[in-house]
Design a protein around this ligand. Structure first.
Ligand SMILES: *Cc1c(COP(=O)(O)O)cnc(C)c1O
Length: 357
């Protein structure tokens, strides 16, 4: 607290990121990072960009990266926006596209940054509960008599549950709300979801957001992007150019471009994570855990006889870190990032010991 803070600063409730502990030999399964490093071609491109040219500003419009993403996803470059992590892309969307007189609809259990941005930008929201089985019901996002959404946001696959909706369900929500922007946050889509990018040419109110942090193994580089109708993208550009003209530095641009160009490496490393996830689900169920169906690089699981917070604490004593949320409805669950096969083996054997004790 300080008398020098503005009223806005006093009123903020900031996001709390997952821990990045400085402990060695930690099995770190708490922030959904990729267990395998980025493509060697990405590292080579970053090395090459580490040169005398760093004295020059980067391309403010990220033209080459946008062209690469447009080609990869079958859209035009004017339909692509890039930012310093998808968190920044989301922030600009909250301010520039999701803030209206009618409230923004979002799930009660979802990415916890959304309510933070509502607080920062003064966006009214309406919280829509997940179903009993912790799923998003698309029907809950359709206009109900007089009640309409000003805009809608949810992740698909959802976080922290990992559950994915099929493309038809997304289309029902987008088509059912023609006067509201629907933002689908696809941070985890490459691990088994269906991307709504396939719909952007038919729905001018659809914005799809993705990140290089999870499936492209580049959380440390901070690159995210959005794809949608050119008018939505132009709105984001207006906000971005009123905030920071150079959100992506030269190294980030070089690395991100190389990543998009090495699709084979990226697809293969995601495939490995999916295979490890499927094996881990079976092992967890054998230990008595209830595991929600996951299309992400994490699972969401609870043990019917053991307290979630206690399990997380017992794992931590064995240098294994998972995420536990002290939030209503989910405080018995653990969100566990899919690591390497060896890390998952250590997790399962630690849980076996803890449960046996
Ligand atoms: C990780 C995550 C993001 C943010 O990713 P960046 O690292 O900022 O690109 C956005 N949405 C969801 C649902 C996430 O889990």
């Amino acid at each position: 607290m300080s008398r020098f803070w503005s009223a806005v600063t006093h009123g903020l409730t900031p996001y709390v990121p997952g821990e990045q502990p400085k402990i060695e030999n930690l099995v770190k399964l708490n922030t959904n990072e990729h267990p395998y490093g980025p493509s060697p071609r990405v590292l080579e491109a970053i090395r090459e960009a580490t040169s005398d040219t760093l004295r020059l500003y980067p391309d403010p419009n990220a033209d080459r990266l946008k062209a690469a993403l447009a080609a990869r996803y079958g859209v035009r470059p004017e339909q692509v926006f890039v930012g310093n992590g998808s968190d920044e892309v989301l922030a600009h969307a909250f301010q520039g596209l999701l803030k209206h007189e009618l409230p923004l609809w979002m799930p009660d259990i979802s990415y916890s940054f959304y309510p933070v941005y509502c607080g920062l930008y003064g966006v009214e929201s309406r919280v829509v509960p997940l179903t009993e089985s912790l799923q998003i019901d698309p029907t809950d996002y359709l206009p109900d008599g007089e009640r309409r959404a000003g805009a809608i946001i949810f992740p698909n696959p959802n976080a922290p549950t990992g559950s994915a909706l099929p493309l038809e369900a997304i289309e029902r929500v987008v088509a059912g709300n023609p006067n509201a922007v629907v933002l689908i946050d696809e941070a985890y889509v490459d691990f088994g979801g269906e991307s709504a990018i396939a719909l952007v040419d038919r729905y001018p109110n659809l914005l799809v957001c993705q990140t290089f942090s999870k499936s492209r193994s580049l959380a440390g580089l901070r690159v995210g992007f959005a794809i949608g109708h050119a008018d939505l993208i132009a709105g984001l550009e207006r906000v971005k150019n009123s905030f920071n003209s150079y959100p992506l530095d030269r190294l980030a641009l070089a690395g991100a471009e190389a990543s998009v160009e090495d699709d084979a490496y990226f697809l293969e490393s995601c495939r490995k994570v999916i295979a490890t996830r499927e094996a881990l689900v079976v092992r967890m169920q054998a230990l008595g855990f209830e595991v929600l169906p996951s299309a992400a690089n994490f699972i969401f699981a609870r043990h019917p006889q053991r307290d979630g917070a206690e399990l997380a604490a017992a794992l931590r004593q064995r240098a294994i870190i998972v995420r536990h949320f002290k939030a209503p409805r989910i405080d018995q669950f653990l969100r566990i990032t899919i690591g390497t096969d060896a890390q998952c083996e250590m997790l399962v054997s630690a849980l076996g010991e803890i449960l046996g004790a």
